[in-house]
Design a protein around this ligand. Sequence first.
Ligand code: CA
Length: 251
Amino acid sequence: MNGRRCVSLQYCNYKRLPHGAPLRYNRVMNILVVEDEKQVATLIQKGLEEQGFCVELSHNGSEAFDLATTRQYDVIVLDIMLPGRDGLSILTNLRRNRNAVPVILLTARSELEERIEGLDLGADDYLTKPFYVEELISRIHAVARRTSGDQLSILRAGELTVNLITREVKHQDRSIRLTAREFGLLEYLMRSPGRVFTRTQIIEHVWGYDFDPNTNLVDVYIQRLRKKIRGDSDDDLLETVRGVGYRFIKL
Ligand code: CA
């Protein structure tokens, strides 16, 4: 099989969780990445593995279909134009066979119709190329959360709890009201405790791509968020990493 790195899925499930792995899933998530542009595929694989996902790569649609029907994945990242068998045909057949594995389609800008068709056929989300791996990671978390119910809907750190469904935020039993951006910022940092994010990464993720990178928007929001979370306590969960950016501290 092309580019297969994991010894076996069983190995994947039990290997030690690397730093920053999505621990709240209680085990490593298995992702099938189907992409025939090898450079893109390798970049995705690297990015996901750095975040602790176990990745299998396939560059061919027929092979990918066989994998998808014989193995268990938490999420499939599926390109549309592929040699062997195209992504939409794979998706159609999975859904016809009542296989509900979450699927994120990768589409080119010109493939608007395919994108719409893909969502109609039961894709859970799509991403237009080119994209940042961080964006793909957050989509994977989102679809995994949507499809696996309640236990994944609450993020906890010390005395702070964040309910991703009701969007309630509490610190030491005190409810905190956050704006949508503040919530997005907190969720983004809190999902990867200990990991430092640059201002640019934060802006791209929380605000979208079209912001002046020299703005002090992020600093203002972090200060505001800090104050709201802290209340009267001296809990400081958001750490400034001088010259780099910010991180949610690892407790
Ligand atoms: Ca392709």
